[in-house]
Ligand binder design. Sequence first.
Ligand SMILES: NC(=O)c1ccc[n+]([C@@H]2O[C@H](COP(=O)([O-])OP(=O)(O)OC[C@H]3O[C@@H](n4cnc5c(N)ncnc54)[C@H](O)[C@@H]3O)[C@@H](O)[C@H]2O)c1
Ligand SMILES: N[C@@H](CCC=O)C(=O)O
Length: 516
Amino acid sequence: MIPYRPEPLTDFSVSQNRESFAIALAHVQAQVGKTYPLIIGGETVDTGRYLESYNPSAKTELIGRVAKAGKPEIEQALCAAQRAFASWSETPVVDRAALLFKTAAILRRRKHEFSAWMLLESGKSRAEADADTAEAIDFLEYYGRQMLDLSQRGDAALTPFPGEDNHMEYIPLGVGAIIPPWNFPLAIVTGMTVSAVVAGNTVLLKPASQTPIIAYKMMEALMEAGLPAGVVNFVPGDPEEIGDFMVEHPDIRFISFTGSKHVGLRMNELAAKRIPGQRWIKRFVAEMGGKDAIVVDEGFDIDLAARIIVQSAFGFSGQKCSACSRVIAHASLYDPLIERVAALTRELKVGDVRDEAHFTGPVIDEKAFAKVTSYIDIGKQEGRLVAGGEASQERGYFVQPTVFADVAPTARLMQEEIFGPVVAFAKASSFEEAIAMANQTEFGLTGSVLTRDREHIAYARRKFHVGNLYFNRKCTGAVVGVHPFGGFQMSGTDSKAGGPDYLLLFTQPKAISELL
Ligand SMILES: NC(=O)c1ccc[n+]([C@@H]2O[C@H](COP(=O)([O-])OP(=O)(O)OC[C@H]3O[C@@H](n4cnc5c(N)ncnc54)[C@H](O)[C@@H]3O)[C@@H](O)[C@H]2O)c1
Ligand SMILES: N[C@@H](CCC=O)C(=O)O
């Protein structure tokens, strides 16, 4: 077994790579508009009711339709998952890990094809989609190896005791619900699904309604790699119709959720309630929103800081839980920094991501467009607009990257997750004040500190309360196995996706002792 190494990203400055991508995009473009079934117990199911998925860059272009699961299909899927659990939970760990390695090989071979689906269905640029596919491959390679390690870890940790043969095994939990967001439509869907599955669980996967086709493509890859029937049951549907039903169901043993604070908190409450017939306390794993800050210290290079901010705030139109939505800058460089960020922001080209010139694509849908533009209106009251501010949904859901200055740390723009290309600036008179302002949020996901002062680095390491703290780099782009990812406070349940403890969340340790 070769050690885990993150998948390299594609260099799109190489013309051959651009050509290969163009071929994949043409291939995918020729397949849009198809209808996809549910997959329950390895069988396809067409319910005759469909979710439609449209291209956010060109809102009338249908990417595909997926069958909608209702409560009867959720019941069927639960039965299929329970049946499959009996054998999958006892399948040797090496075989479970092999399923992940084979799936990784399939994704790697068809990398540009998966990325092209994301470009069309989620509005990711080539580079963002490529990073998403690479991360999906990383999750498969990493969790496969992590499970092999975990299967040895229990015994190795025990203290030998004379006259006894002692073991500790990490056994699976049961049937889980996997509820991912749309913004990493391949990486997060894959990571959340296979982490639970490699640990021996079986699952119901309800993909986000905005990106069900790419989730179906992942299912195809898993099936091609030999996924046994019933181990992953693909049940897209309307969250209002089946969401509570899945979460409250007494046969669900755990819920793995990634999404907004609002939905996560509600789910947490529902999951905590014991339902008649339920024989366990449900495990709830949640990765939620962020209100991530970059702190810029006195004396830091202004141009470099501005580039880091623009990349962190506007990559994928700011639709990352890790995106920078607050900048807290030292008073000594506050004005020139804003000027430089505004200038770089105005250079960004916004439009349909099929055109390589467009760094910034659309926001995901009409609801997101309405939300982001309403925050731009709020920003005009709470701060000074210095770049962007315009938006159009004539063809796709396009919002100009937008910068506000002079926003109070307690303002809505500084407190609420916008999840779009909007960044707000506040001024601090000292480094300590800047860190205090950065912590002035209910979230605690990512944060960056740009400073050359070693004492300030040490101070921020102690005081800046975020799950992912970065120095002198952007606050997005965690790499699986390198930067285990997940936040504190209202950003989730303190779990770390792509980290060495993550699989423990989907297992229960069993201690076994035999008197010799
Ligand atoms: N911390 C992280 O690692 C991380 C990663 C990606 C995204 N996010 C967060 O996700 C959010 C964006 O994603 P989103 O818009 O898809 O979030 P969302 O909360 O609207 O939806 C997330 C998932 O929950 C489902 N859902 C919604 N209501 C439900 C209900 N009542 N019952 C069951 N399921 C329900 C959705 O269909 C989707 O599958 C942002 O807040 C972002 O910060 C966090
Ligand atoms: N892991 C990603 C963010 C995932 C949430 O949207 C990053 O580090 O940028």
